[in-house]
Design a protein around this ligand. Structure first.
Ligand SMILES: [Zn+2]
Length: 60
């Protein structure tokens, strides 16, 4: 399975997108990007919920 997220779905205007083979890896990429580009250094339950709702899963 492939887990995909378009950052712009969560942070309007951001063109970054991610894909990974597991949800954990994807969230790691997102956390790194959010800290570097959006000054979001803490993944709160609210942030996690917003991100999780936008993750698309495609069968590999
Ligand atoms: Zn972004």
């Amino acid at each position: 399975m492939t887990f995909k997220l378009a950052c712009g779905d969560v942070m309007p205007g951001c063109a970054q997108s991610f894909d990974a083979e597991s949800r954990e890896v994807l969230l790691g990429q997102v956390a790194e990007h959010a800290a570097a580009h959006h000054a979001i250094t803490e993944i709160t339950p609210e942030v996690l919920a917003a991100v999780s709702s936008k993750i698309r899963v495609t069968p590999a």
